[in-house]
Design a protein around this ligand. Structure first.
Ligand SMILES: [Fe+2]
Length: 192
């Protein structure tokens, strides 16, 4: 994996080639197994005042599927790559103290989401989430991450991860041709 850490216009990280070939094989195997079990937006999207949802893309929260994380290759592999990574944490803390919210986090949930062509995720903020870690799977145009207030577009390609603060307004632009999948981890510090 190759990562770049940015501070402007807000703290974010881009990781290219996030997972190695074997990890990707296991991740795709699980995505394909769960693909027809994804649930509709009424479970996984915020209903807006006009009755529509921020996204119609189907999703599944893996923490609701497995009682033990070790039975999910996705949960096992993402834990190893994103959390059991001393060098990444060291580099993040050197770049910006903001990343204490990630390096000292103690709670995370993981969702897989599938965008069919034409689907998107409208602008929103996840105010209760400190850090979002989102990896994209599948080759296609569109489905990029867009931060409207900063007018910042980050292209999302296969096996690429973007890490950013959940409370920054963000959206996913329309996917065009092929199905796109995302594995997203919502990270929090819970001091209760
Ligand atoms: Fe979000």
């Amino acid at each position: 994996m190759n990562y770049q850490i940015f501070n402007d216009p807000f703290p974010y990280v881009i990781i290219e080639n996030t997972f190695d070939e074997n990890q990707l094989r296991l991740i795709w195997r699980e995505i394909e197994f769960l693909g027809d079990k994804l649930e509709g937006p009424e479970n996984y999207s915020t209903k807006q005042e006009d009755g529509t949802y921020l996204t119609t893309a189907g999703a599944l929260q893996l923490d609701n599927v497995y009682t033990e994380r070790c039975f999910s290759d996705i949960l096992r592999i993402t834990q190893k790559v994103f959390f059991d990574n001393e060098q990444l944490f060291k580099d993040l803390l050197e770049a910006n103290e903001y990343w204490k919210t990630y390096c000292r986090s103690n709670q995370d949930v993981t969702k897989i989401r599938r965008y069919y062509p034409g689907e998107e995720y409208k602008p929103h903020e996840d105010c209760q989430i400190h850090v979002i870690i989102s990896t994209t799977f599948g080759e296609d145009a569109g489905g990029n991450l867009y931060f409207p207030k900063q007018k910042c577009l980050i292209e999302t390609t296969n096996n690429k991860t973007v890490i950013f603060p959940g409370w920054i307004q963000h959206s996913v632009t329309k996917v065009f041709k092929e199905d796109r999948y995302a594995i997203t981890k919502f990270v929090r510090c819970n001091w209760d």
